[in-house]
Write a protein that binds this ligand. Structure first.
Ligand SMILES: [Zn+2]
Length: 248
């Protein structure tokens, strides 16, 4: 092989590596095992925009199941009644930051995730994160520690900036409802895959979905199996190797 061909191959390989690094990824996390109980699982509920799934929250309150709620400013503004209920149950619910307007954490003009436009530049991303945090603090009196971007997908620059702003990024390991699109039976089936240390994601902003029915049927099975639900303000997470780049 000539030196020139070797050199061009090397350049091509470097380009592939750099491009892979810049791809947005879905961050997957599990609960860090730090000598604590090995049977912990975390339920996280996204309140993206839209409405309040009262049946779901009522079920959690009645059964004393703790959850971490990722709320946007948009959802908090539109669901004042729900905020009153959540605030009355802060022993169960940890309210964390899901952004101001549900803008995915990918940076660049014309970037989008699942059809939702990303942040055109860094200042827009900062605003999304910081105004989301401000809204949570205003609503609950407590500053959030965790951030989950809309769609759960991040490009490396956005992930770095979110951490620089002082937030930990909350991924997940079991997707229980695919954005509140699954049937009750499918949600129950997903929950049967839960293992110790898993971080479950579901949604609490679509009361017309079957998410509440699915969780109401599936979560008691996890309690019967001996799992203990914890909130993200009680644990640290550890990131799993990426399952490949998400759709940009
Ligand atoms: Zn969301």
């Amino acid at each position: 092989m000539t030196i020139l061909r070797t050199l061009s191959l090397a350049v091509a390989l470097v380009c592939i590596v750099v491009r892979a690094d810049e791809q947005p990824i879905e961050i997957h996390d599990r609960i860090k095992q730090d000598g604590g109980l090995g049977n912990r699982v975390a339920l996280t509920l996204d309140a993206c925009s839209g409405r309040y799934d009262e049946a779901l929250i009522d079920f959690l309150v009645k059964n004393r199941i703790p959850a971490t709620i990722f709320a946007t400013k948009r959802w908090l503004d539109r669901n004042a009644g729900a905020v009153v209920t959540l605030k009355a149950n802060l022993d169960l619910f940890d309210i964390e930051n899901h952004g101001e307007r549900h803008i995915p954490a990918v940076i660049g003009k014309d970037r989008e995730v699942y059809g939702i436009a990303g942040a055109p530049d860094l200042p827009h991303l900062r605003r999304e994160v910081q105004e989301g945090a401000r809204a949570v603090e205003k609503a609950t009196g407590m500053a959030p520690l965790w951030y989950r971007g809309a769609t759960g997908v991040y490009d490396p620059q956005a992930a770095d900036e979110i951490r620089r702003l002082g937030f930990k990024i909350a991924g997940f390991s079991v997707n229980a409802d695919d954005g509140a699109s699954l049937s009750k039976a499918s949600v129950v089936k997903r929950l049967r895959r839960v293992k110790a240390g898993d971080v479950i994601i579901a949604h609490m902003n679509k009361p017309d979905s079957e998410t509440a029915q699915g969780l109401s049927a599936g979560l008691p099975e996890l309690l019967e199996r001996g799992y203990v639900f914890v909130r993200l303000d009680q644990v640290e997470l550890t990131e799993l190797p990426s399952h490949g780049a998400a759709k940009p």
